[in-house]
Design a protein around this ligand. Structure first.
Ligand SMILES: C[C@H](O)CC(=O)SCCNC(=O)CCNC(=O)[C@H](O)C(C)(C)COP(=O)(O)OP(=O)(O)OC[C@H]1O[C@@H](n2cnc3c(N)ncnc32)[C@H](O)[C@@H]1OP(=O)(O)O
Ligand SMILES: NC(=O)c1ccc[n+]([C@@H]2O[C@H](COP(=O)([O-])OP(=O)(O)OC[C@H]3O[C@@H](n4cnc5c(N)ncnc54)[C@H](O)[C@@H]3O)[C@@H](O)[C@H]2O)c1
Length: 310
């Protein structure tokens, strides 16, 4: 259970965003982008949320509104009127767009949260680099790709870094802030201040595959899928085992569904390509089969488990 204090503390520190960043463009309005837009707006930032699909944007705005309502219920439980004001003011700070270039022209920070694919991230950042103001910082929310390799697509390598949020963004208190080889100290410090300002506890690490959390988490989830694939235990028992035996809030297979089986696959495929000798990163036939069948987990209504459509 997430204690009230945690959410309130996040909010109180987030309401004093003192960094040089006021206007944030979030590109990718899916699971992560919508959460990043939410925490930025509730911290007083002006946000433009961009996606290729206006259907996705409409769905994301709805889920942001619902999630802001959950946050408001906790922070303003004794003052529902204030809670309604908090939600409406936060929502008013979020605009949506389908054109990333025009949406980045007034940005102090662009956070990319599109599909985990290097080529597509390169195409996007190359386009933005030519259009966004010189002072704009670019950051990727990538789970597993190299910040240095993504930054190869832009000239502003001194103003490029990693801002790796965790799902669900409004609840998970960690933010991994990653410096690339050419990220300037000023950019790094601005990203750290902004991360704190939107209510996160920031840690930092080198530009190493999976940074800290995913380097430990993704192989763990992969091993759980292999355990299930071999028939050593049921999905339910594997998840119960890790919740009751290791104190995790979610078991590995329900977490894989929550993160997205496509994202898990993208990460493993990328690491397998880079480190073919590392067996922990080997492709998993069952994971590949589920993804090929469009069973991506919570976001499509079925993965290892079935979910009722929201
Ligand atoms: C792969 C990537 O690169 C990296 C990653 O992101 S790896 C994934 C990291 N994330 C995790 O490991 C998540 C682990 N799971 C959890 O922490 C918890 O199961 C969970 C927070 C998702 C849900 O918590 P749980 O107690 O089971 O359910 P639930 O009651 O729905 O939510 C708990 C609280 O969080 C709040 N909450 C949940 N989701 C929320 C959201 N999206 N927005 C706002 N609030 C939310 C709920 O309001 C609830 O608060 P309340 O009880 O005070 O009302
Ligand atoms: N899912 C997680 O738990 C999680 C956690 C941390 C980081 N990440 C990373 O965040 C990124 C997004 O993951 P997600 O789970 O939100 O994916 P998602 O599939 O939910 O959302 C991605 C969104 O990007 C949009 N998109 C794709 N190409 C685009 C483009 N060129 N321009 C604009 N929009 C585009 C898609 O329409 C989609 O709505 C990935 O790099 C992923 O590795 C994911």
């Amino acid at each position: 259970m997430i204690q009230f204090g945690v959410i309130a503390r996040n909010f109180s520190s987030s309401s004093a965003v003192q960094s040089a960043i006021k206007n944030v463009t979030v590109i990718g309005g899916g699971l992560m982008g919508s959460g990043i837009a939410q925490v930025s707006a509730q911290a007083g930032q002006n946000v433009i949320l961009v996606d290729l699909s206006s259907d996705v944007l409409a769905k994301s705005q709805k889920s942001i509104g619902n999630n802001l309502g959950r946050v408001a219920k906790k922070i303003y439980k004794d003052n529902p009127k204030e809670g309604e004001k908090f939600v409406s003011e936060s929502m008013a700070r979020i605009k949506t767009a389908t054109d990333p270039v025009s949406a980045s022209q007034g940005a102090d920070l662009v956070v990319e949260a599109i599909v985990e694919n290097m080529d597509i991230k390169h195409q996007l950042f190359k386009k933005l680099d030519a259009a966004a103001p010189n002072h704009t910082i670019f950051a990727s929310n990538t789970s597993s790709l190299s910040i240095n390799e993504i930054a190869a697509a832009v000239k502003r390598k001194d103003k490029f870094g990693g801002l790796h949020f965790f799902n669900p963004v409004p609840v998970m208190r960690l933010l991994e802030v990653v410096k690339g080889a050419e990220t300037s100290t000023a950019t790094y410090e601005t990203m750290m201040a902004w991360g704190k300002g939107v209510g996160k506890t920031c840690i930092t690490c080198k530009d190493t595959p999976g940074f800290v959390v995913n380097r430990l988490l993704v192989p763990y989830i992969a091993e759980a899928i292999r355990l299930f694939e071999r028939g050593d235990a049921s999905a339910r028992d594997i998840d119960i085992a890790m919740k009751l035996g290791a104190g995790y809030p979610m078991g590995p297979l329900e977490l894989a569904d929550y993160v997205g089986l496509d994202t898990n696959k993208f990460i493993l495929d990328g690491w397998h390509k880079k480190y073919p000798q590392e067996t922990l990163f080997n492709p998993i036939p069952l994971l590949n089969k589920l993804v090929s069948e469009g069973k991506l987990g919570v976001k499509t209504g079925e993965g290892f488990y079935k979910y009722e459509k929201k």
